[in-house]
Structures are given as C-alpha cells and as structure tokens.
Design a binder for this molecule. Structure first.
Ligand SMILES: [Zn+2]
Length: 461
C-alpha cells in the first residue's frame, strides 16, 4: 500500500500549482461546483486510477481551523474501476486566489464503495472511462449538463467522511483526528457565504474530495496505508473536543497543538461581565435581513447560516457568518447566567471577528427560534435548507440595543483571540418548551467562565 500513497503524492507534487488544471464540472448547484481535472487522471496500477478534483464554492467559507476564508477544497482520490471503490488520499483547502490555506493527508485511507447514481458514481465513470482527450471533453460536457441533483450530496458526504474518519481513527487509536467546527469558523457545511466576490478560481493540483453519500455506512474495505511520517502528537490527540470528559474544556489546550491558546490565552471567553466602565457607546448598526437559512446540528451546537446580514461598528462592516446557540448562556453578567444565549458570528473584510451575543431567558415563545426548531435536522452533520422559508434575525433582537463589549476569543477550539464581543444587555424571551427542545440535543454546551485578567469592559450607559 505504501507505494500507492507515495505514487499518489508524487503525482500531486508533480502537478504544478499554476493555472494548469483544466477543471471540468461534474455537478453543480447554486452553492458549489464539483469539478475534476481529466488531465490529472493517472493509472496507478491494475484498475486503480488517481485523479484530482475539487469542490469550488460559489462564495468563500471560513475555515474553522484558521478562521481564514477558503474558496475550494481539492482532493486527491483513488478509484478502483473494477471493485468500484474510492478512497480520498489528501485534501487541500485553497483561498480565492488559489493560495494554499492548508492540507490534510488522510491517514487511514478507507476504500469506500461507490453507489450507483451517486456523485462518486459520476466521478468514477469519468475517471475510469477509457482515456481519449476528445471523448473526455464530450463526456464531461454531457455530465455537466446533467449535473444537479447529486451536487448537494458532496459536502454532506464530505462531512460524513470526515466524521467517519474521525470515529475510525479514534477507534483504531491512530494518530490523528479531524474535527473542525469552531465558534468563529462555521463548519464548511453551515458556513455562511462570505461576501467577497469570487476571485480567480483556485488553480492547482489534487483531486476531488468525493465522499460516500452520507448515511448508509458502507462496509469499507479497509485499506490502511502507512501514514507519511508526520508528527504524532500527544496522547490526547485522538480525542475530539467536547463539553465533558476527556475532551472537555479543561483539556482543550492539550488536544491539539492548534488548540494551545485555549489553555495559554490571556484573553479568553466567556467571562463574567462585571465592573464595566459606563460610557456612551457607538450604536451597533444592525443590517440583519430576512433570508433563507441552512441549519445543522454540528455536534457542538445547532448552527444556522443566513445570507445578506451584517453589522456596522465604528465605520467597519462585519458580515454575519452564522449563528448558534448555547445552553446555558456562556456569558455571565454580574455572576448571573441565562437559560440560553445565541451567538451571531460576524467577520469583517480584513478578517476581524465580532460576535453579537443575545441572552435568552425563560418567557414567551420566540418565533425566530420556533422557525429554526421546526426544521431541526434529524441527524447530526446533515444540514437542512427549507425551501421558501425565511427567517428574520432582526426580529430576534431585543428592543434595547445597548451592550457590553470586551475583547475575547472564540469559546470553542481553537479559542482564537482578538474577537470583539458585543453582548446585548436586554435578554430576549424563549419558552420553556423551546429550551427543552434544545436541551434534548445539548444539555450543556457552554464553556466555563475564563479569567478576565483585568480586561477592560465597556458598557452602554
Ligand atoms: Zn458560541
């Protein structure tokens, strides 16, 4: 097996990073396009071929690891044309200008069956077709024409795959886990579209990240491959972060080197908000608009992406990336916590994060929350985008927009600092029943209070 991987990586390395790849669409919808570079298809041995493909997103998404935007995920994938299986070998996240954001080599490569009619099926047929340049183009064009329905599967499948690998790796006690999703960095799934116009599509090597379709956990024919020599981290490295137990908040800083700030940071969130200086603060200019939404239970919270909303603060505009909920509220005010809170994560063009926190206390039914709860996905990591349903986040806001503000961090790994918190002083109501519904999913998904280290807190007077 080792030589297969080696060959695959050599192939990737051989493909120059330039605008070399001639991407051909296999499937597309409004949000993303699945493409393959037919010229990248290489016979590895026997009936196996390795190919480069990618998901090109219509809008930039935020990488939860780095909190930076990416525009495409490329994947190097091996297809077995006779067994009809595939295995993803490597994924590469790229920015809008094609610049490399990060790469991830898949450690325990699993051969997964290709289901008829799935997106992988289309890719496999493309890859396994007898090579002929002209025919390749023609067939690809035909495929592109028919591309539609399967498109949405890919990202879901991608997440399922990542999760599957995580689980698998945990089970096998192997060295690396992959577990994205952070406060500021929406999961690829639910990441709200960042506003920037698309720059030139990513050039580059590496193939499609096609995955198995989400649910039907196929019996993977395990094809473990010796992982390239990469750092084995510490013994904590196999544990995904969570809110209790070994992966709980006290251990976040040890789970991965990237999470070190969770333990060492001096400007962490949440904090107990007290002793703020009372001043006339600039208004938060809310431009929250009604829009359709995408909702996902990402395993840490219920997260919702909406489009077209932003806030303005001191002349700077921050786009709303997504919102999610905590129970109980993470922030405290003079020691008091609330039943729940909602975090509206915003990001400015220059990458600054600002989170608007709305405290929620028991009271009347909340219509904004109810609409979201009506469409709670049945499964984790499978998002729902209800057609023709609109929510208006502005209706969720309390009447009084006065707020506390301080500099803190994401409250989930990697606990990135330099986040401006805007905690609205007036809570909004949420009914006992609505709280109970969230509690069925997340009884406690609040990070404990962090030391404030004398940080300045300002408060609207
Ligand atoms: Zn949060």
């Amino acid at each position: 097996m080792r030589q297969h991987i080696a060959a695959a990586f050599m192939l990737a390395a051989a493909a120059p990073l330039g605008a070399q790849a001639a991407w051909v669409a296999i499937s597309s919808d409004a949000a993303r396009r699945i493409e393959i570079d037919p010229a990248s298809v290489q016979k590895e041995d026997g009936n196996r071929h390795v190919a480069l493909g990618r998901i090109l997103f219509e809008k930039e998404l935020v990488d939860p690891r780095s909190s930076e935007n990416y525009k495409s995920i490329e994947a190097l994938t091996r297809y077995d044309c006779s067994l009809r299986t595939f295995a993803t070998l490597k994924r590469t996240w790229r920015k809008a200008d094609g610049e490399l954001l990060r790469e991830e080599e898949v450690r325990s490569v699993a051969e997964l069956p290709v289901r008829s009619g799935s997106l992988e099926d289309k890719l496999l047929r493309e890859v396994c077709r007898p090579r002929s340049a002209v025919a390749a183009q023609g067939a690809a064009a035909k495929l592109a024409e028919r591309a539609d329905a399967a498109a949405g599967d890919l990202r879901r499948a991608n997440e399922a795959m990542i999760q599957q690998q995580v689980n698998k790796e945990i089970r096998k006690n192997v060295k690396t886990a992959t577990l994205p999703v952070a406060e500021g960095g929406a999961a690829p799934a639910a990441a709200a579209p960042a506003p920037k116009p698309a720059a030139a599509p990513a050039p580059a090597p590496v193939a499609a990240a096609p995955q198995p379709a989400a649910r039907p956990a196929p019996k993977p024919r395990p094809a473990p491959v010796a992982a390239p020599a990469v750092e084995p981290t510490r013994s904590y490295a196999n544990i995904p972060w969570s809110y209790e137990g070994e992966g709980g908040p006290d251990h976040w800083g040890k789970l991965k080197p990237e999470y070190a700030t969770c333990a060492s940071g001096k400007r962490q969130s949440p904090i107990d908000i007290r002793d703020g200086i009372r001043v006339d603060q600039p208004a938060i200019e809310f431009s929250w608009r009604p829009s359709q939404f995408r909702i996902v239970d990402n395993g840490h919270s219920v997260q919702v992406a909406v489009g077209g909303s932003s806030i303005g603060l001191l002349g700077k505009t921050y786009e709303l990336l997504h919102l999610h909920f905590h129970r109980p509220s993470e922030e405290r005010v003079n020691g008091r916590s609330f039943e729940m809170s909602a975090h509206f994560v915003h990001k400015s063009e220059d990458g600054r994060l600002a989170v608007v926190a709305v405290l929620m206390e028991r009271g009347e039914e909340n219509s904004f929350v109810q609409t979201l709860w009506n469409y709670l996905p049945l499964e984790k990591n499978e998002d729902v985008t209800p057609p023709n349903v609109v929510v208006d986040p502005a209706k969720f806001l309390p009447a009084d927009h006065s707020y506390y503000t301080y500099m803190g961090s994401l409250t989930t790994p990697p606990c990135t600092e330099n986040v401006q918190w805007l905690v609205l002083k007036q809570p909004v109501p949420v009914s006992a029943e609505q709280i109970a519904i969230f509690s069925r999913l997340y009884r406690n998904n609040a990070r404990p209070i962090q030391p404030s280290f004398g940080r300045l807190i300002k408060e609207s007077r």
